[in-house]
Ligand binder design. Sequence first.
Ligand SMILES: *Cc1c(COP(=O)(O)O)cnc(C)c1O
Length: 397
Amino acid sequence: MNDSYGEKLTYLAEQLEDLKANHLYNRIRTLESAMDGHVVINGRTMLNFCANNYLGLANHPRLKEAAKRAIDQYGIGPGAVRTIAGTMTLHDQLEQRLAQFKRAEAVVTMQSGFTANLAVIPALVGQEDVIFSDRLNHASIIDGCRLSRATIVAYEHNDVADLRAKIAETTQYRRRLIVSDGVFSMDGDIAPLPELCEVAEEHDILLMVDDAHGEGVLGKGGRGIVDHFGLHGRVDIEVGTMSKAFGVVGGIIAGKQIIIDWVRQRGRPFLFSSAMTVPDAAACLEAVDLLETSDELVARLWKNADFLKQELRRMGFDTGNSATPIIPLMLGDAELAQEFARQLFENGVFAMAIGFPTVAKGKARIRVMNTAAHTPQDLEEGLEVFARVGRSLGVIV
Ligand SMILES: *Cc1c(COP(=O)(O)O)cnc(C)c1O
């Protein structure tokens, strides 16, 4: 420990040491290339099974061209928050196009999916209200709920009966909101949105879904979870992100016009943090264009994911409850997961170990993410390494 920090920071040094001792310290890898099916790390080309770049758009020529053209016309930064001088034609166009794409009444965009949750939840509910929140909801939903100062009632993961029971016990509040991830980011299972809709409608409760991992993945041509289940107009708020399948960065709030109007008045990250940059907005617009004209990339993503999952299961890996291209290899022990990731890396495969606090203690895993940018040969190569490392560590026989 370095005493130059002084006594007031000793607790941080101890906590960092603790993380290392418990195999929970994040060692951050730096990419020396573009994000794609292969990436360069430490000067080596690695097969990348690690990213949320589902459709391979992060390095797509059409998105790059669109961003460059937009920079020539509009510059780079917005220079202001949306409500002062930061709203450009590109932002308006993007919101209109996203609304059409998702068949929502209206859309407002944010700087990220994280800020979308921080904007919309506290705008809709407050101290006198209650939020029913799935136990495995994403950190940004949890933080949005906390910021709202509403009472938070967690229901068991994807358990509609438990949600009903919790609603029945909870009557003394002014307004109520049910909120769930659409696709759960660490398990790859899908929320029972049609049943959540029924419950919300029965009790006249606001319903919100965060479709970060469904945007560009679920539904016709990647139109998201509401489209996947045919629930247009029945989910009050659909949050999404353009940081995953869209390959860029940015948040989406889609829903009824009146809700979007209100978020533009009271969503704090909208009012107090600058707008999406020009190249981001332009690249996202191009992504919408691309998805509207062809579902080829979405189809390839699913084909790759189905093949990978089937083969990993056939080898004997436990892939949990995954129903989407998120494929967890459930290992349990954090040390084993870190060693697994380390050996994958040695063998040219980049896939990170995920442990507490991202998942519960004792539920460490490797999260295998393919992209439409992978060829069948890439998948075969990757599978061969997963099998070798799995056998060497005694995870499979
Ligand atoms: C990734 C994720 C977010 C955050 O999205 P960003 O655009 O990266 O900020 C929010 N919610 C869920 C469910 C996510 O998986």
